[in-house]
Design a protein around this ligand. Structure first.
Ligand SMILES: [Zn+2]
Length: 224
């Protein structure tokens, strides 16, 4: 192995370690015989789109999990109260939504704890149990800090792709062509216009209901 090959091999090795650890310890889906799936929404709360999504869920008797950004929670605490009223789950998605893989343990903890504090101040009680790192970027240090503070790290098994606004038809097709029991499905309720997300949900949820699926929170999915 010459020095060039060595450098490339080393780079691949270092790059691969976090991914391997992430798939070993983060929850991506929950294998189950029950026809249940977990709808998850990242990056909120949004004053405009979260209430519309909550209404869509309510109309379809579906529950979901909202991975919220702490700095947004401070500005829109009333949206979290509405989420809890609908019996949805609130989870931690960091305070500033920055990539966390280069952060120290102390700064990772700060992102987690300041968001937890914002959630508790907004709701009066809610203690989030789940954490999803921004953009799903993870490494061993993030997993360890989350575990040390009793968080379960939750990723997803289906990315609806709604963040790119690819068109309602594409979002619907992406989800319905892949879905199976125990899936955790990624959507967003904030980050630009979420009109396509809302319209797609109005199609996806009734179809999955007709296929026999129930919509549960991530916590409920893990405990099935
Ligand atoms: Zn995000």
């Amino acid at each position: 192995m010459n020095w060039k090959t060595g450098v490339i091999a080393c780079a691949i090795f270092v790059w691969c370690i976090p991914g391997n650890i992430a798939t070993a310890t983060a929850v991506k889906r929950v294998p189950t015989d029950k026809k249940v799936v977990a709808l998850t929404f990242d990056d909120g709360p949004s004053a405009k789109f979260t209430p519309i999504i909550l209404e869509t869920l309510r109309e379809n008797h579906a529950r979901a999990t909202f991975f919220v950004i702490g700095s947004r929670v401070e500005r829109l605490p009333e949206v979290l109260t509405e989420e809890l009223r609908e019996h949805d789950e609130i989870a931690n998605h960091s305070f500033k939504h920055q990539i966390m893989t280069s952060l120290s343990e102390q700064r990772i903890y700060s992102e987690l704890s300041s968001t937890q504090q914002a959630i508790q101040e907004a709701t009066g009680s809610e203690q989030p149990l789940m954490f999803r790192p921004p953009r799903g970027r993870i490494n061993k240090r993030i997993l360890q800090v989350a575990e040390d503070h009793h968080y379960k790290v939750v990723m997803w098994s289906i990315d609806s792709g709604d963040w790119a606004n690819p068109g309602v038809h594409q979002i619907v097709k992406t989800v319905l062509s892949q879905v199976k029991s125990g899936d955790i499905i990624l959507f967003h309720d904030q980050g630009g216009s979420r009109r396509q997300t809302v319209t797609a949900l109005k199609q996806i949820i009734p179809v999955l209901r007709r296929r026999g699926y129930e919509f549960v929170t991530v916590s409920d999915l893990i405990s099935t």
